[in-house]
Design a protein around this ligand. Structure first.
Ligand code: ZN
Ligand code: FE
Length: 256
């Protein structure tokens, strides 16, 4: 069993930075580049040299530090082939279904467009870890800035298919606000009620609610639950097409 060490740290107001490290091949990647000084502090703390950047999407709070870090570390930048022109300094272009070999670790690439077009996620099956940027959040999903509800639902279905014990490292600490919305659309969900208590306790101590797991999200995240009879009933959409239920859920969150 190979190892993949993850170091997580807060960046900007509510982003997370992640460093992933393969101790055998001695490679270290930043998952996105929200804040250069925070990333450099994290590298120093761990005693790691930055060899790679794995970008999920083009937004400045995810790719804004690319060029400065590349200049400093001569690292290799990996990003979406479908959005290569918006990923600063991109060296290696990857696409849905491809495997990117990071040290001893294989990363499967998923296109999870919707928040942006050309948004990708990196799944490390041997380590049971998913880095999904702003596609899926704890109890939420990314706003649809560029894609359609149908496209986002298709993207999220790829993530739902992963094993329940997969750790999900998302790009932001939005969980408490997401929890309030989730309770408003599926108040009957007892697992959700329990989870919100746990989230409130963590946040009261300023602790992260990330990573989450695929199993936890499937049980409690309304954006993964358009098939829930309670959710459908609460939206007055019993029996409706799942894309329509997802779209209505997203629409309500945008106005929550
Ligand atoms: Zn974003
Ligand atoms: Fe973001």
């Amino acid at each position: 069993m190979t190892q993949l060490e993850v170091h997580q740290f807060p960046c900007l107001s509510d982003n997370y930075g992640f460093l992933i490290h393969d101790p055998i091949k001695e490679v270290t990647a930043a998952i996105d580049t929200p804040e250069v000084p925070a990333i450099n502090r994290a590298l120093e703390e761990k005693g790691w040299r930055l060899t790679h950047i794995l970008n999920t999407h083009h937004h400045p709070d995810h790719a804004g530090g690319n060029l400065e870090l590349k200049e400093q570390w001569q690292c290799t930048i990996v990003g979406a082939r479908d959005d290569a022109q918006r990923i600063p300094g991109i060296d290696i272009k990857v696409a849905d279904g491809e495997i990117y070999q990071f040290g001893n670790q294989a990363a499967r690439v998923f296109d999870v467009s919707g928040h942006t077009l050309g948004h990708i996620a990196y799944y490390f099956p041997d380590a049971s870890k998913l880095f999904c940027g702003d596609a899926l959040f704890a109890l939420g999903c990314g706003r649809l800035f560029e894609g359609s509800p149908a496209q986002m639902w298709q993207s999220l279905q790829k993530l739902i298919a992963l094993p329940d014990d997969t750790s999900v490292y998302c790009g932001h600490e939005y969980t408490q606000a997401n929890a309030a919305f989730a309770l408003s659309v599926e108040p009957q969900n007892s697992e959700l009620q329990q989870r919100v208590k746990a989230i409130d306790a963590l946040r009261a101590d300023n602790l992260p609610t990330v990573p989450t797991t695929i199993g936890m999200e499937k049980a409690t995240n309304p954006f993964l639950r358009p098939m829930s009879p309670d959710l459908q009933s609460n939206l007055h959409m019993t029996g409706a097409d799942l894309v329509e239920v997802f779209a209505e859920t997203r629409h309500r969150k945008d106005n929550f």
